[in-house]
Design a binder for this molecule. Structure first.
Ligand SMILES: C[S@@+](CC[C@H](N)C(=O)[O-])C[C@H]1O[C@@H](n2cnc3c(N)ncnc32)[C@H](O)[C@@H]1O
Length: 265
């Protein structure tokens, strides 16, 4: 992995602070349940062996645990020891899985034998990985034939209204940077190389944001907002308040993410 990118990603996730800032934004304003929506499309069956690459704080599994089939064996892998510790606690406290393994590791070098898992997920994480095709080959290698691989990411339109404010205040990108690095088409093309039956499903929600500091907290949880000066952040707050006022008390923000799935041959 490119050393500079790896270090920046490790710094961003050295603690759970940044991921929590973004999680809070979703928890405050979402009208639908993203985790549930994804879970409904994974077709899990009792006793399956699952691997979640870049699991973060394990929110996905903790959120949907109550409705999962019994007897699942879940392996959580992340490069961040701090987030992985949180993930282990969050997911174990559900008492819902037959077995949970928690492993510090890298998506491009999975420490598992070939054909170990029935399902591999990589949710909102491949945009952090420079060697995406290596990560995809690794996911394919550890899946049994007929197993399924699932990738989630954002579309370029995701959070456009928020990105536009960051752009005006400190020259940040006006499109979702995750989508620019790894958007829906990139995800589909990546899976095409090894998987069959590729399917892209789109998730949309509209957030009615009414508190300007929430936008500041979201944008400063990631580059380049995390490096903005105090003056630039004051400007961001001012512009966000003005946008909320102009919207009659709310800033409507489109959330658009995708789930791209394929079958291992
Ligand atoms: C945006 S978070 C997504 C967390 C979780 N999948 C979710 O959807 O809530 C990205 C996660 O990917 C992890 N990550 C980034 N690069 C990685 C790599 N090369 N190998 C393993 N984990 C990685 C980060 O530490 C972080 O926990």
């Amino acid at each position: 992995m490119c050393e500079n990118t790896r270090t920046k990603t490790q710094t961003q996730y050295a603690s759970g602070k940044n991921l929590h800032a973004r999680g809070n934004f979703h928890a405050t304003y979402s009208n639908k349940n993203w985790f549930r929506w994804v879970a409904d499309r994974l077709t899990l069956a009792p006793g399956m062996r699952l691997l979640d690459v870049g699991c973060g704080a394990g929110w996905f599994w903790a959120n949907i645990a109550g409705s999962l089939p019994k007897g699942l064996h879940l392996t959580l892998l992340d490069q961040s020891p701090a987030l992985l510790t949180e993930a282990g606690k969050n997911v174990r406290s559900t008492g819902r899985f037959a077995e949970i393994d928690v492993i510090v590791g890298d998506a491009t070098e999975l420490p598992f034998d070939a054909e170990t898992f029935d399902v591999v997920t990589a949710m909102h994480m491949l945009y952090h990985v420079p060697a995406k095709s290596v990560a995809m080959e690794e996911a394919f290698r550890v899946l049994r034939p007929g197993g399924t691989g699932h990738v989630t990411t954002n579309s370029e339109e995701n959070f456009r209204a928020v990105m536009t404010l960051g752009n005006a205040a400190y020259g940040g990108p006006d499109l979702d940077p995750a989508a620019v690095l790894f958007g829906p088409e990139d995800a589909s093309n990546l899976l095409q190389d090894r998987f069959t039956d590729i399917e892209t499903r789109v998730y949309q929600d509209t957030y009615a944001v009414d508190h300007a500091p929430d936008v500041v907290a979201y944008l400063t949880s990631m580059p380049p907002g995390n490096e903005a000066s105090d003056e630039q952040l004051e400007q961001l707050l001012y512009l966000t308040e003005a946008a909320i006022t102009a919207g009659g008390g709310v800033l409507n923000v489109l959330r658009e993410s995708v789930l791209v799935s394929g079958k291992s041959t």
